[in-house]
Design a protein around this ligand. Structure first.
Ligand SMILES: [Zn+2]
Length: 419
């Protein structure tokens, strides 16, 4: 009797998961990952998109549930290219104090909140660029989301990230004081062991700091040699993992490109020549505009009131140079420096700095998916995972519409419905 009951009970729980009802989603517009379409329909079965096409040419499967999103715009689930779920805004707590004073438990508790906020904002996937002193907590949070333990965006994670000895923070202590660092130091031949160790502990990709603020006057200066970067790239490549680089100086960017990294983060001092080389080599740039503007505002700068700081003028010049060179520019804002869930800030700034809204939408969907080797998402296309969102208005006309998320589906499950 008891076993029969268990059997029936198990069936009740398993039935919806094994044979979920098909869902037909209609909307006035859809950005399919490449271009804007009118009167669009997406059909979802068992967590996958089975059709994406014009409403009058795409039949609904028998017995399907119908979701009519009216005058909304459908998009593929958005992909954040540069997050730190284990950080929270520096206006609340400075980076040093987060690394030195917040317990691992506190930081993980915050991350659990952050990944849910990100998902509710329509970002169904985040590429997370380092735990910043929280060891492999990012790997654990990623796994908990995959297992369905907590709601949140899918994560691909860097783990600890690699820095050259002596370059990274927290700094300012006398030499005998041992402090936990924001990333793992390694040099020379030891880089091979550390790269393999990070892979073994769950990193989806390897992040290095090709330069950092350790110059003679505290300015940013290169760290690893090209040979060191090549050894990291070659070691990671054996396991099928890419390497990405923090780099803001010309020399740091050049070494990272010649070393074989796939993406460059920040790139503030990028020149037309460097961006042309990136375009030729297929290296994608993540400019992190929102982090720069946020940090300046925490320092008292009032946008639209005070004169434009030199750092922003330089960033705008770099952005223009990259657009002119045809460099692929991905969407990644360094969210965590500012509030998780406010990822759209970077998209607005990309438009403000000179990119077409449709190109920004592409950067946040198909380009990010391709760059991160996520072949199962980033487009509304048959066969891909059903990560789909709807926003009020038309973000290809006014990018600000991307803030107005009303509906979110992740892998076929509706996780937000404000209709
Ligand atoms: Zn970052």
């Amino acid at each position: 009797m008891r076993s029969l009951f268990s059997l029936v009970f198990a069936f009740l729980f398993l039935a919806p998961a094994t044979a979920r009802q098909a869902v037909v989603i209609d909307a006035a517009r859809a950005f399919d990952g490449t271009e804007m379409r009118a009167n669009w329909r997406v059909v979802v079965e068992d967590g996958r998109i089975t059709a994406s096409g014009a409403q009058d040419a795409t039949p609904a499967p028998a017995g399907a549930r119908h979701v009519d999103l009216g005058n909304r715009t459908l998009l593929p689930g958005l992909i954040e290219g540069h997050s730190h779920v284990l950080l929270h805004p520096y206006s609340e707590t400075g980076w040093n104090d987060q690394v030195l004073k917040e317990s691992r438990a506190e930081r993980v508790a915050r991350a659990v909140v952050h990944v849910d906020r990100s998902l509710q904002a329509g970002f169904t996937t985040l590429r997370d660029l380092g735990s910043e002193g929280a060891e492999y907590a990012d790997v654990g949070v990623r796994t908990a989301i995959r297992k369905g333990v907590i709601p949140g965006s899918d994560l691909i994670v860097a783990g600890r990230a690699i820095v050259a000895t002596g370059s990274y923070g927290p700094k300012g202590f006398h030499p005998e004081v041992r402090v936990p660092l924001g990333a793992e130091p390694a040099d020379g031949p030891d880089l091979i062991r550390v790269t393999r160790d990070q892979i073994g502990k769950g990193a989806d990709f390897i992040k290095i700091y090709a330069d950092y603020r350790w110059g003679a006057s505290g300015q940013a200066a290169p760290t690893f040699s090209v040979e060191e970067i090549k050894s990291i790239v070659e070691t990671a490549a054996s396991s099928g993992r890419p390497v990405v680089a923090h780099a803001s100086t010309e020399e740091g960017m050049m070494r990272a490109i010649h070393g074989g990294v796939e993406t460059i983060e920040h790139g503030d001092s990028g020149t037309p020549e460097i961006f042309a080389l990136m375009a030729r080599e297929g290296v994608v740039w993540y400019p992190t505009l929102a982090a720069v503007e946020s940090i300046l505002s925490y320092g008292g700068w009032q946008k639209g009131v005070d004169p434009e700081p030199a750092r922003i003028a330089r960033k705008k010049a770099a952005f223009q140079a990259a657009l002119a060179a045809g460099t692929e520019i991905g969407m990644g804002g360094d969210v965590g420096v500012y509030h998780h869930g406010e990822n759209a800030l970077e998209m607005e700034l990309m438009v403000e700095y000179g990119m077409e809204p449709t190109a920004v939408l592409r950067a946040t969907t198909s380009l990010n998916a391709d760059t991160f080797h996520l072949a199962d998402r980033g487009r509304l296309a048959a066969g891909l995972r059903a990560d789909i969102i709807a926003v009020d208005g038309d973000p290809s006309r006014d990018i600000a519409a991307i803030w107005d998320v009303v509906w979110v589906m992740k892998a076929g499950d509706v996780v937000r419905d404000d209709q």
